[in-house]
Ligand binder design. Sequence first.
Ligand code: CA
Length: 511
Amino acid sequence: MKFHFIKICCALFIVVFGMTACSDSNKEKQPNIIFFLVDDMGWQDTSVPFWKEETPLNKKFHTPNMDRLAADGMKFTQAYASCVCSPTRCSIMSGMNAARHRVTNWTLYKNQTTDNEDDVLVFPKWNVNGIQPVGGIERSTEVTTLPTILQQNGYFTIHCGKAHWGAKDTPGANPLNLGFDVNIGGHCAGGPGSYLGIHNFSAAWRNGGTIWDIPGLEKYHGKDINVTEALTIEAEAAMDSAIAAGKPFYLYMAHYAVHVPLEPHNPFYQKYKEMGLEEPEARYASMVEGMDKSLGDLMDHLDEKGLAENTIILFMSDNGGLSAHGRGGTPNTHNKPLNSGKGSAYEGGIREPMIVKWPGTVEAGSVCNDYLIIEDFFPSILEIAGVSGYQTKQVVDGQSFVPMLKQKGTTADGRDLYWHFPNKWGASGPGIGTTSTIRSGDWKLIYWYKDQHFELFNLAEDIGEKNNLVVNNPEKVEELAVKLSRHLREMDALRPLFKESGEPVPWPDEI
Ligand code: CA
């Protein structure tokens, strides 16, 4: 009897000890993840060259910490997002292509569109209320969000900075309703009233709307501090609390920078003035360097805490650099050699600076020239976190880019990328309009709804999209128009109507 008791005790000990050891080793395997998302940062607004050669813009901008990250990680030269904020951010949270989630323009007030009026087109009833954690909210998409899944799998989820997923007075406006344990400064609005603590991060001092006031940073009000720095301090504290709780963290570090309003970021501003940069370029460049310092501070913090080796950092921007308004200067040089900027279907509106550091997995100083698109971050981050077999309310369109990170394959071969913007953004400029776009290999076809014409470019030969090849390539135009239309129908995409007749504008393959 006694012998049996000892045997049972031993067995129990082995089971309990084994389980503990097993769960401990699982915990060890769960890495920390920082998704460092910049707002409105262009492909060339950095000293890291993302093109085949260094450009004058790479010399103008100083981003030593992006240089450091690129030296430690993999640089992606053809990473894409949507051309404005909310569509990109909703794709990150849902893994859905914008044509499917239907949050195709930027969100703000409940049930109110941000589309500008047009003389020919009426814009469809897109999801102006954004993504939501629950059903039953009109003009929104109910989704299982990325941080919700991470939370369910043991992660401490931190939202820091700009959210911009759901309209004011809806649950989706608050990151705490979308799977985040902590919310630092995020709400419905897609820009800050001010970057400056002396203005309480509000536009009130210049008689701007209070809708842009950044919530929850009251302790910095009246202080001589930039919000980029305040957010960094708060993010570090939140990471520390995750560590104290013994949990891996997902830090979604979504800076308000470098979105308008363009305000000097000290102490960097003076240097750019002395370099001879005119306004507002000196202010903008100082904001870029301020953002870069935040990246460096976070990396230093990881080093100090001994976390650097078990933390993956993904760097990305949500749309192209602003060139159409609010920047001044000569707009068409802002994203050179790319054409145009934010809001445009051209490369300047959608191609982003992307870097991933994954110690022990990603080869330091490596480069990936395969293309990918913003919804790919959803499955990629879950794969990096070791989460599989998850269930989502939505169809996930994104494909994991982990094979590229490991240099064990690519998702780019035989894959086409799609953008859908059945809207009208509030500025004019090259490639800014109501469009749907397909990228297939080196080819890119843009369909313009207003007058139903096409543009065809070969990006390998013409990265600046100057030579429309439609006339000499009717077969390629037809092939891509058919693919693009098939995609839009499959997604049940919305399309604009003609104002005069009320009829929908034809799909690209109906032309
Ligand atoms: Ca943006």
